[in-house]
Design a binder for this molecule. Structure first.
Ligand SMILES: [Zn+2]
Length: 162
């Protein structure tokens, strides 16, 4: 089955690292294209590592199971937990880092919405920010302990076929 890495890049300002609050329940928001008819879905699907659904014609389970409305092609997606390599750290700033691997059948990822549910840890204090929303591809706040602004900027992503 084709595998795709999700690589992300951003600029960190006074951020030590950020990570989904819970990798088991984190909602990966991904838009897919059907490999049968090439039709791109018009909505993002929510895929969660901790949620599995039965495949329609086998005994297996996947994190996403669906049938294409146009061509009837069956698609499954699994997020490989072992490969999930958050956190994104200070030393990664400005560079692409793979944060998860998707194992796809019948579907290909075409877009990613960063969504929400991240924890951000400050560089210069013990300050922690919970349920951070990165859906606008940037986030800024103020570290009250270190008395400095803190932020995640210029978030971008790409899917890399393995
Ligand atoms: Zn299709």
């Amino acid at each position: 089955m084709p595998k795709f890495n999700l690589d992300i890049r951003c600029q960190l300002e006074n951020v030590k690292e950020f990570v989904p609050a819970s990798i088991q329940t984190f909602e990966w928001r991904i838009k897919f294209r059907c490999t049968g008819c090439n039709e791109e879905r018009d909505t993002f699907r929510v895929v969660t590592i901790g949620e599995k659904f039965p495949q329609s014609n086998s005994r297996g389970e996947s994190n996403l199971v669906e049938t294409c409305n146009f061509c009837g092609n069956k698609g499954t997606v699994d997020i490989l937990e072992k490969a999930a390599s958050f956190p994104y750290c200070e030393g990664d700033s400005g560079q692409f880092k793979s944060v998860c691997t998707l194992d796809c059948r019948g579907l290909e990822p075409v877009n990613f919405d960063f969504g929400h549910g991240y924890c951000v840890y400050a560089s210069h204090s013990s300050q922690k920010f919970s349920d951070v929303d990165l859906s606008e591809k940037e986030w800024t706040d103020y570290d009250e302990i270190a008395k400095e602004s803190i932020g995640i900027m210029e978030l971008e992503h790409k899917f890399v076929r393995k």
